[in-house]
Design a binder for this molecule. Structure first.
Ligand SMILES: [Ca+2]
Ligand SMILES: [Ca+2]
Length: 483
């Protein structure tokens, strides 16, 4: 064999060295990065299509746009939101959980999912707003099982993607995506090879969905008022972008937080970026507070997260050293009024809707009583005097694959796709779904990231408000038809 041919042959023999996944925590399932080809069913430009062919399956009727489902007795408060939405052409229909009694479905969550399917087919709804904390409006828990040594570990992950993924593709047919294809009442089963039979999941959302995780009617009143005021106001503050980050994994060659922040600043060129970074020496809670107080259209945080806040590491520092700590109690004094950002939390656990005493005990806080608490991502939205208008965060630990040539998977990649999908003419839920679709097409092996990241906010939110747009439209009409 000639040396050159031998060299080529030898190179071909080298096994492909797959990158390993960098988790942001110790307890996590085993995930294998593998090439997959999937055909799914999802929503694009408001129509249900076969993905990736984008073939329209059927034209839905166009009676309503937004479906709101809430606990019994909360409808009256939501009537105000409906009235406001309809002023802007979003035809809204409200149902309470009582209306779902006797409907198809083996448990309450499945009833809700079938009800959404019925509303798509009967009314042509495209947006779904679920109202209520998870004890009032159930969430779906999916299961991951893997082996480590002789032990089998199981993790339960709460996800609202279950309610958005209504259809899937099977042998040329569009079928209901039950997330329990082996019919054993355990949903979204995902086993490491050899441990069990997986449920088939489509992953592509078929509606634009968000949740307002309100614990009671008072909280709902506040949040509805925030949405209406936000959409009615707008202002110069909107064109600001707050970026917060440090070195998520010290010693890995890339300063993940600051690097990801800069990528987003480059995508969002119309926005004035305000960087709060370890390398700039301003990564502290007071600086974050001041930036939020001033107002911004978006805040993007990239680093570590907890059910009660975020914190990251100094550049080339140690994993034990924490900087830029920002916790739930710091949101309480915020008085940023209508100057409300959409917050993307590229981190673990900030949207852990089942945050409770045992999480605090695990972190060394010896709480004697059992209680549940609002998680960090939701607290931003529920805060009555400011905070955020919507947040996207993870219900469980997250991982991230950020390299010198950009993000490839995990939380960082989803965040990147979210900001890449931003367009002032799209509503918030549409941008989130576009990011989810891009993610599912690129990394179909990774259900974890897609399931754990949820939208806490109104999917029909007009980003930046209606007033700005109307003002420009009026100016335009005036210019064209003026004397
Ligand atoms: Ca199952
Ligand atoms: Ca689907």
């Amino acid at each position: 064999m000639k040396p050159l041919i031998f060299l080529v042959f030898a190179l071909l023999m080298i096994p492909i060295n797959h990158d390993s996944i960098m988790w942001l925590d110790d307890f996590h399932p085993k995930l294998e990065i593998k090439e997959m080809n999937i055909t799914g069913v999802g929503i694009k430009n408001g129509e249900i299509v076969i993905i990736p062919k984008n073939k329209v399956i059927y034209k839905t009727p166009n009676q309503y746009d937004l479906l709101i489902i809430c606990p019994d007795g909360w409808e009256k408060i939501l009537e105000k939101l409906k009235e406001h939405k309809e002023k802007h052409g979003i035809k809204t229909i409200i149902f309470s959980l009582k209306d779902l009694e006797g409907k198809e479905g083996r448990d309450e969550a499945e009833k809700i999912k079938y009800f959404i399917k019925e509303a798509i087919e009967k009314y042509g709804i495209k947006y779904v707003l679920l109202v209520g904390s998870i004890d009032k409006m159930p969430i779906r828990f999916v299961m991951y099982a893997w082996r480590s040594g002789f032990k089998i570990y199981k993790a339960w992950l709460p996800t609202d993607l279950y309610y958005a993924d209504i259809y899937r593709y099977e042998n040329g047919k569009i079928v209901f995506s039950s997330w329990d294809t082996n019919n054993n009442l355990i949903f979204g089963e995902n086993y490491e090879e050899g441990l069990g039979e997986n449920d088939i999941i489509d992953l592509y959302p078929d509606v634009y969905l968000g949740r307002l995780a309100c614990e009671n009617k008072v909280v709902l009143k506040n949040v509805v008022r925030k949405i209406i005021n936000y959409e009615n106001s707008g202002g110069e503050w909107f064109k600001r972008l707050i970026l917060v980050g440090g070195d998520t994994f010290p010693g890995w060659g890339v300063v993940e937080g600051e690097y990801m922040n800069e990528l987003i600043a480059n995508i969002m060129r119309d926005f004035q970026a305000y960087r709060i970074w370890y390398s700039l020496g301003n990564l502290n809670a007071i600086e974050i507070e001041k930036a939020l107080e001033k107002g911004a259209g978006f805040l993007y945080y990239s680093g570590h997260g907890f059910p009660y806040g975020w914190a990251t590491h100094p550049i080339n520092g140690s994993d034990e050293e924490w900087v830029g700590r920002y916790y739930t109690p710091y949101i309480i004094p915020l008085m940023n009024g209508n100057r409300l950002p959409i917050v993307f939390l590229d981190a673990c656990l900030t949207a852990k809707l089942d945050f409770n005493s045992s999480d605090l005990r695990q972190d060394g806080i010896n709480i004697k009583f059992n209680a549940t608490f609002p998680c960090f991502a939701w607290y931003f939205v529920r805060h009555p005097y400011g905070g955020a208008i919507a947040t996207i965060g993870a219900t469980r630990v997250a991982f991230t694959g950020v390299y010198k040539d950009g993000p490839k998977w995990g939380a960082g990649y989803l965040a990147y796709k979210f900001f890449e999908s931003y367009d002032e003419n799209k509503l918030l839920g549409e941008i989130f779904v576009e990011a989810q679709q891009k993610y599912a097409t690129k990394n179909p092996w990774d259900k974890w990231t897609l399931q754990e990241f949820i939208l806490l906010g109104d999917p029909t939110l007009k980003i930046g408000g209606y007033k700005t747009t109307n003002f420009y439209m009026l100016a335009n009409i005036h210019f064209k038809g003026g004397p």
